[in-house]
Design a binder for this molecule. Structure first.
Ligand code: CP
Length: 311
């Protein structure tokens, strides 16, 4: 069901497979609380982390997940590689593959880079974020976090507020949440909504108050200034006033609502600083779940089947 698959976006899994990943992650999460956080599940497997774009959460959580499972990990850094001497992407991958890599984890600023990588290797490929296209492992950890907190997706409302048009997280999360049956409301200025918004199977709201009202989950998204052309909104201050997630706006949500954000967060822009640290914020738990869900995914892709009582 999972063995040998490439993970380019969340739609490579059906609902049943996604719930199986969540259940596997739940079992793996316990390992992260042990005094010795290591099991031999991926001993002898070589995984190369290819990061062509900055990352803290995704890069380090993949590395921790791989090392916890005892894989042999190689971290490729574009800035210190022979790419700087003019070697092509293709020759870089052919060179790495000649050293017996079993799996690549790739982050790249260009949409489609993971599929380009797949043209040059028989190793498995996991997309760790490609431009504005997709971020499947973020969607898996976000889906897992909601599954853990809310159990049932069918009866919940998820509000996603922020720079949707430049967000690979929003694209993958929307697919994930709809696959699992949640109602999804997105909210942003028109200039920060994707062009083909009608294809997204979501409700579009122009007012954060309307999006947050009676929501079970509120997700803020970062203002991705590095991907934007100028003139999409007047100023960060005005954006925060009109679309920012504030304590007052959070009061409109259900009493047991949770606040999520994929990170990195811009405090005082897409959300007020104090609410990022509030009791209803699960942002740190998302990071922990990122390790457990990536462990589960790696384990299943390498053919693992049973994780209960793993030593
Ligand atoms: N959420 C996320 O992808 O964060 P990083 O860019 O730090 O990996």
């Amino acid at each position: 069901m999972f063995k040998g698959k490439d993970v380019i976006d969340v739609d490579c899994f059906n609902r049943e497979e996604m719930l199986h990943i969540f259940q596997t992650a739940k079992n793996f999460k316990e390992i992260l609380t042990r005094p010795i956080k290591k099991v031999p599940a991926l001993r002898g497997k070589r995984i190369c982390n290819l990061f062509f774009e900055p990352s803290t959460r995704t890069r380090i959580s993949f590395e921790i997940a791989e090392k916890t499972l005892s894989a042999d990990v190689t971290n490729f850094s574009a800035s210190t590689s022979s790419l700087k001497k003019g070697e092509s992407f293709k020759d870089t991958i052919l060179t790495l593959s000649a050293m017996g890599i079993d799996m690549y984890v790739i982050r790249h600023s260009e949409p489609g880079a993971p599929l380009m990588l797949k043209r040059y290797t028989n190793a498995m490929v996991i997309n760790a974020g490609d431009g504005i296209h997709a971020h499947p492992t973020q969607a898996i950890l976000d889906g897992y976090t909601i599954w853990e907190k809310k159990k049932n997706f069918e009866s919940i409302k998820i509000a996603i507020i922020g720079d949707i048009s430049h967000s690979r997280v929003a694209r993958s999360d929307i697919k994930m949440f709809r696959l699992l049956g949640a109602k999804v409301v997105i909210c942003a200025p028109y200039t920060l909504l994707p062009m083909a918004i009608d294809n997204y199977d979501v409700i579009v709201s122009r007012k954060p108050e309307e999006a947050i009202e009676n929501a079970d989950v509120i997700m803020g998204l970062r203002m991705q200034l590095e991907r934007q052309t100028s003139g999409l909104f007047p100023s960060l201050r005005e954006y925060n006033e009109i679309f920012g997630i504030t304590q007052a706006r959070m009061k409109l949500a259900k009493p047991d609502a949770i606040l999520m954000h994929p990170g990195p967060i811009n405090r005082g822009v897409e959300l007020d600083s104090n609410i990022a640290d509030a009791a209803y914020s699960v942002i740190p738990e998302q990071v922990t779940n990122g390790v457990a869900t990536r462990m589960a995914l790696l384990y299943l892709l390498f053919g693992g089947v049973q994780v209960e009582n793993i030593d």
